[in-house]
Design a protein around this ligand. Structure first.
Ligand SMILES: NC(=O)C1=CN([C@@H]2O[C@H](COP(=O)(O)OP(=O)(O)OC[C@H]3O[C@@H](n4cnc5c(N)ncnc54)[C@H](OP(=O)(O)O)[C@@H]3O)[C@@H](O)[C@H]2O)C=CC1
Ligand SMILES: C[C@H]1O[C@H](OP(=O)(O)OP(=O)(O)OC[C@H]2O[C@@H](n3cnc4c(=O)[nH]c(N)nc43)[C@H](O)[C@@H]2O)[C@@H](O)[C@@H](O)C1=O
Length: 324
């Protein structure tokens, strides 16, 4: 193992993923983790290890230490987290901060102790300042105040980025941080209150269509802008970066295209086949006015998304229908 200087530059040993490398996907039943699992299976990886949260609670320091010292994974995708939409983030503020810090502290530290060759930490676009210039460049991290509704979650994610960088700088660990934009896809969370906007509206429009409701409630003003990436595209980007990217700091993953929440609602209504009216509920928070990712760093490395929003929405709606 090489020792690094304190300037956070890349001094970690670089290894190549092998088809029989032991790969731990933390959070493999979630939307992102299951997409990464599918991708690795498709690429013929033969030694993927997984645990559900009831088999291994990643908040439990001793349990995580025992797991890592027994299993000794070579590579780790850290896709386990407490995740939710704007109201869940704002309501369960303590849980979002505590649980995410605990999970990432345990997994990152034990990965260091057991000599994991490379770890990928998944952050989120909410780490950027609420009113940062658009599109969001990686260097805008910590240049302004965060959006209030998800500040605890964002603080945990920022700590995760800094932790990966600190372990790289002090111990030469090849731990990388990727920042996905808002995601959707198979195995999404369709909870009426706690989910993100896209799955929430798929459900609400589908229920309204089936009950012949004359209107559908959309939270907030409908004017905030969001960018959406299909989770299987995200998994492909994670796989690409796990093979090719070995730098400190962070890298954005997104499409580089966004739309208003009203436009999103109208697009989902068309995919679902709902023909009634939209009713905007101004008692609900808007959150950040816009968070469009600058994806030039990722594009320059040679990766671009494949699944456009309309196509992804059809796939997500089919998945929703297959599960209700
Ligand atoms: N969804 C989105 O729009 C975005 C997500 N991200 C990031 O991507 C990552 C994955 O998110 P996503 O797939 O959507 O989330 P999900 O809620 O779909 O999945 C989260 C997974 O984490 C696991 N998990 C949660 N708590 C624990 C725990 N205490 N111990 C062990 N496992 C636990 C769950 O395991 P189990 O099923 O076994 O209970 C679950 O499978 C997160 O880091 C998130 O911050 C980033 C940007 C946007
Ligand atoms: C991924 C990202 O997700 C969260 O941030 P967010 O982007 O604000 O997430 P959201 O999907 O919940 O909302 C997007 C917009 O949509 C509006 N909106 C309309 N109607 C519904 C609705 O029915 N549900 C929800 N949730 N939002 C709705 C809502 O009012 C807001 O203006 C972070 O907390 C954090 O978790 C994070 O990193």
């Amino acid at each position: 193992m090489q020792f690094s200087s304190h300037d956070n530059t890349t001094n970690a040993n670089i290894y190549q993923l092998e088809k029989n490398s032991k790969i731990y996907i933390a959070g493999h039943r979630g939307m992102v983790g299951s997409a990464i699992y599918r991708k690795l299976q498709k690429e013929d990886f033969t030694n993927i290890i997984t645990k559900t949260s009831s088999e291994l609670d990643l908040r439990n320091q001793q349990a995580v230490a025992d797991f890592f010292s027994t299993e000794q994974p070579d590579y780790v995708f850290l896709a386990a987290a407490k995740v939710g939409g704007i109201v869940a983030n704002n309501t369960y503020r303590a849980d979002f901060l505590y649980e995410n810090l605990a999970i990432q502290n345990n997994v990152i530290h034990q990965s260091y102790l057991t000599g994991v060759k490379k770890l990928m930490f998944l952050g989120s676009s909410c780490i950027y300042p609420k009113l940062a210039p658009q599109p969001l460049k990686e260097e805008y991290l910590l240049t302004g105040l965060l959006e209030e509704t998800n500040e605890p979650y964002a603080m945990a994610k920022i700590a995760g980025i800094k932790m990966c960088d600190a372990y790289r700088a002090q111990y030469g660990c090849n731990f990388i941080s990727v920042m996905p934009t808002n995601l959707y896809g198979y195995n999404d969370n369709y909870h009426p209150q706690n989910s993100h906007v896209l799955p929430a509206l798929i459900r609400r429009f589908d229920e309204a269509k089936k009950s012949n409701a004359s209107e559908v409630v959309i939270w907030g003003s409908g004017t905030p802008m969001r960018e959406f990436l299909f989770a299987d595209d995200l998994a492909a980007a994670c796989y690409f970066l796990m093979q090719t990217y070995n730098e400190p700091h962070l890298i954005n993953i997104g499409t580089g295209e966004d739309l208003t929440i009203k436009e999103l609602a109208l697009t989902i209504a068309a995919v679902v086949g709902y023909k009634g009216e939209l009713n905007f509920d101004s008692t609900k928070p808007d959150g950040t006015p816009r968070k469009l990712m600058d994806v030039s760093k990722l594009h320059n490395l040679g990766w671009k998304h494949q699944i456009e929003l309309k196509e992804g929405l059809k796939l997500a709606y089919q998945d929703y229908l297959s599960k209700i």
